[in-house]
Design a protein around this ligand. Structure first.
Ligand code: MEV
Length: 390
């Protein structure tokens, strides 16, 4: 089969389906699956992205038992992986006895980067002085790009001048800090840094290159903690085993990667159900796992300790550029239902929910690994489901 199909994008969805039926030798039954657009019509799908040939469905589930900052939540999750929803619901139960998850306030500040190359060491100070001298004017210029954001109370807040050493010599990197309120912020941030770059071009030494959001959003951090019931976890020995599992993830990047993947199992499933950018969240989380690491290498995003009463306490902190406004977030038929179930309208609250789901997902995985093992738990659930069906 050849992959260069001239003008594929110019066809309608139905025409693309016919082309692919021939090319991939699809059966009539397979073609009928492609023609099942679910709750969309083909034009709506075509408007989302390019070269659409169908609609891809995944389970839409709800995790139960979540008590977060004294509010009850049902958590919408979209995931193909068995056990994730059951594990999150179970772990949320372990935390209820001691008040559930407590989450800190979350700011909605994103970073826009402007890269300045072709500079000599001695010009760095010149750029720095110019930015600091002109800061108010520059922030006003950035803010003139997004009247709506400003009217709602958001906007550019600060510009930080960084220097980095690279294989292409020294560079100055401007970090424009922008309060994007309930949006993920990529559009607002990218528009503002492009406008600033245009203005700065002939006013500072060097050459301006990239102007783009950073997904390592260290000013938009979500943090939560919880105390888990020892008996529900399986007793003091399991707690001790969980501490060994945590120590392993803290010390070893090979284990930490899988440990953090487990955290993102929950966060990404919620992000997908609410129409959020799962890739931005994943990238930020894994980058932060290195950036924040006290060991100097990639490490666990969560922390665990045993308090003086012998109870297991957990804490999770990570960047959380998650939004409650945006095209898909507000207009996709399933995300609208997800938000009705969640009863959340502010990005801050969604970020708090997401970090709690991440911690729940993590403790559930650690408990399973530190006791019966993941496969046994998976199989028990799987068999139960088959039993329920028959
Ligand atoms: C599987 O999707 C996630 C786990 O591997 C996480 C972990 O090992 O902590 C179970």
């Amino acid at each position: 089969m050849k992959s260069s199909i001239s003008g594929f994008y110019k066809h309608t969805v139905e025409e693309r389906q016919s082309i692919i039926k021939k090319l991939a030798d699809l059966t009539d039954a397979e073609q009928n699956i492609l023609k099942n657009f679910g709750y969309f019509n083909p034009d709506e799908l075509d408007a989302y992205t390019e070269n659409v040939i169908g609609s891809f469905q995944l389970p839409f589930s709800l995790a139960t038992n979540f008590l977060i900052n004294e509010n009850e939540y049902l958590i919408p999750m979209v995931t193909e992986e068995p056990s994730i929803v059951a594990a999150a619901s179970n772990a949320a139960r372990f935390a209820r006895k001691y008040g559930g998850f407590r989450c800190e306030p979350v700011k909605s500040i994103m970073i826009g980067q402007i890269q300045i190359v072709k500079i000599e060491e001695e010009q760095i100070i010149e750029i720095s002085q110019f930015i600091n001298f002109e800061k108010k004017k520059l922030l006003d210029l950035a803010n003139s790009c997004d009247e709506k954001l400003i009217s709602l109370g958001g906007g550019a807040r600060d510009i930080i001048v960084r220097q980095i050493k690279t294989i292409k010599g020294p560079m100055v990197i401007l970090h424009v800090l922008i309060d994007v309120l309930d949006a993920m912020g990529a559009n607002a941030v990218n528009t503002m840094v492009e406008a600033l770059a245009n203005y700065l071009e002939d006013k500072i030494p060097g050459m301006i290159m990239l102007k783009i959001i950073s997904n390592l959003s260290i000013h938009r951090m979500a943090k939560c903690s919880a105390i888990f019931d020892t008996e529900m976890l399986g007793g003091p020995e399991i707690v001790s085993n969980i501490m060994n599992a945590y120590a392993f993830a803290q010390a070893d990047p090979f284990r930490a990667t899988t440990h953090n993947k487990g955290i993102m199992n929950g966060i990404s499933a919620l992000a997908l159900a609410t129409g959020n950018d799962t890739r931005a969240l994943e990238a930020g989380a894994h980058a932060f796992a290195s950036y924040n690491s006290k060991t100097g290498s990639y490490s666990s995003l969560s922390k665990y300790w045993v308090d003086h009463q012998g109870r297991l306490c957990g804490e999770l902190e990570l960047p959380m550029p998650i939004a409650t406004i945006g095209n898909i977030i507000q207009n996709h038929p399933m995300t609208r239902i997800a938000f009705k179930i969640l009863q959340v309208s502010k990005a801050e609250e969604l970020a708090q929910i997401a970090v709690a789901v991440g911690l729940a997902q993590n403790i559930a995985a650690l408990r399973a690994l530190a006791s019966e093992g993941i496969q046994k738990g998976h199989m028990k659930l799987h068999n139960k489901k088959l039993g329920n069906k028959s």
